[in-house]
Ligand binder design. Structure first.
Ligand SMILES: NC(=O)c1ccc[n+]([C@@H]2O[C@H](COP(=O)([O-])OP(=O)(O)OC[C@H]3O[C@@H](n4cnc5c(N)ncnc54)[C@H](O)[C@@H]3O)[C@@H](O)[C@H]2O)c1
Ligand SMILES: [Zn+2]
Ligand SMILES: [Zn+2]
Length: 379
């Protein structure tokens, strides 16, 4: 099969590799119809993780089931499925509690497994023609009959729509509240969109790329351009000096200013200012215990200077981590099915697998107009 393989910093290529196969009776094999490039892939692409070369990337996968293992009961050949980027077993303590992003079975020695991801187990990614799906009865979301027609909406269910929703959930958002989102990438736009759907009274998105700020407006949010002045001050000015009720961090450890100077603490420290006392902040932007390419010794081991006194004094709460996609994907699929949500408005490119290397380069540069890339290996 053809697959997109990581070779080293800023180097990926499409190669012929052995076909993915059923390895355990509980697996299914999926022929990938749509697989997206994510900001999480870019941390790996830029060599800012310890990812080994040879890994097939791709954790935002959907497709058609083409083979089922003997131990699979529910999922059938021909089903159109969305696959949460986290792989869960369904029976460990964390999965039982709904914390499927922290499964204790699939990646022994740590909590959490995923396809095509650094530090998340041996699983190949789905930027390929075929994908092996472990514990398939648990992990496959079988899509309704409009799966093909609304493919570009449903493809957001494997990661960024649930992840954006999770950011608002970690922030404890309630209807009528105001929410500020840092990061106008796909995840930040989905957080803003989720906040709007959940009945926020005001939503702000902080970024500096005009195309991304435009999408924030399309999601129903007020764009805040941080190249035009301190973003926290802009939020305070727009909330009568109170600050937003809730904050979402959707940037991660490669946060930088509008001139490109990197500072992994800057979004959190700014959120501590922009969110009101006793407000909560949901952090879904990626932070890792190790960052070989970090600019400082502390950052190399995931140690970041935070204004802890400020957030403590304001009594703010912080929620962290990978989104437990399975907590949300079934319900969000219904919003799509019933026409209440259409997250495909962020899609800028639909490309073949062969075009993936150029797509990585352009999306990584955050080139104007490259807001979300879908790859279509089966096309
Ligand atoms: N927790 C999870 O489960 C989960 C899931 C998916 C993605 N992620 C993470 O979410 C983050 C965002 O993903 P994405 O696909 O939207 O990535 P992206 O890189 O496309 O978007 C990030 C955006 O942040 C903006 N930005 C950079 N520095 C900023 C700053 N100081 N203030 C405001 N905006 C700033 C950039 O201009 C960019 O538009 C990544 O770290 C990704 O790894 C986490
Ligand atoms: Zn992703
Ligand atoms: Zn588990």
């Amino acid at each position: 099969m053809k697959a997109l393989v990581y070779e080293g910093p800023k180097s990926v290529s499409v190669k012929d590799v052995p076909d993915a196969t059923i390895e355990k009776p509980t697996d299914v094999l999926v022929r990938i119809t749509t697989t997206n490039i994510c900001g999480s892939d870019l941390h790996m692409y830029e060599g800012r993780t310890g990812l080994e070369s040879g890994k097939i990337l791709g954790h935002e996968n959907m497709g058609e089931v083409v083979e089922v293992g003997d131990g699979v009961d529910r999922v059938r050949v021909g089903d159109q499925v969305s696959l949460p980027f986290n792989i869960g077993c369904g029976f460990c303590e964390n999965c039982e509690r709904g914390n499927t992003g922290f499964c204790l079975t699939v990646n022994p020695g740590t909590a959490g497994g995923a396809y095509g991801f650094y530090g998340m187990g041996p699983y190949a990614g789905g930027q390929a023609e075929l994908l092996r799906v472990p514990y398939a009865d648990f992990n496959c979301l079988v899509l309704p009959e409009d799966a093909q027609d609304k493919q570009n909406d449903y493809t957001m269910l494997s990661d960024i729509f649930p992840t954006g929703w999770h950011a608002t959930e970690l922030a404890g958002m309630r209807p009528g509240e105001s929410v500020v989102v840092y990061g106008g990438g796909p995840v930040g736009i989905m957080a803003a969109y989720s906040a709007v759907i959940r009945g926020a009274s005001q939503v702000f998105v902080v970024d500096r790329h005009p195309d991304r700020l435009k999408l924030a407006e399309r999601a129903g949010a007020t764009p805040i351009d941080d190249s035009q002045g301190d973003p926290a001050q802009q939020v305070l000015d727009l909330t009568d000096g109170r600050g937003a009720d809730r904050g979402c961090e959707c940037v991660g450890y490669q946060a930088h200013d509008a001139q490109g100077n990197e500072n992994p603490s800057m979004t959190l420290n700014s959120l501590f200012q922009a969110v009101r006392p006793t407000g909560k902040i949901g952090v879904v932007g990626l932070f890792l215990p190790g960052d070989p390419g970090a600019p400082s010794e502390d950052a190399k081991i995931g140690r970041y200077p935070l204004d802890y006194g400020t957030t403590w004094f304001k009594g703010q709460g912080i929620g962290n981590g990978q989104a437990n996609v399975k907590n949300y994907n079934r319900q969000l699929a219904q919003l799509i099915h019933q026409g209440k949500a259409a997250p495909s408005f962020i899609v800028s490119h639909e490309l073949s697998l062969d075009q993936a290397p150029e797509a990585y380069e352009s999306f990584d540069e955050r080139l104007q107009g490259w807001t979300k890339v879908l790859l279509k290996p089966a096309a």
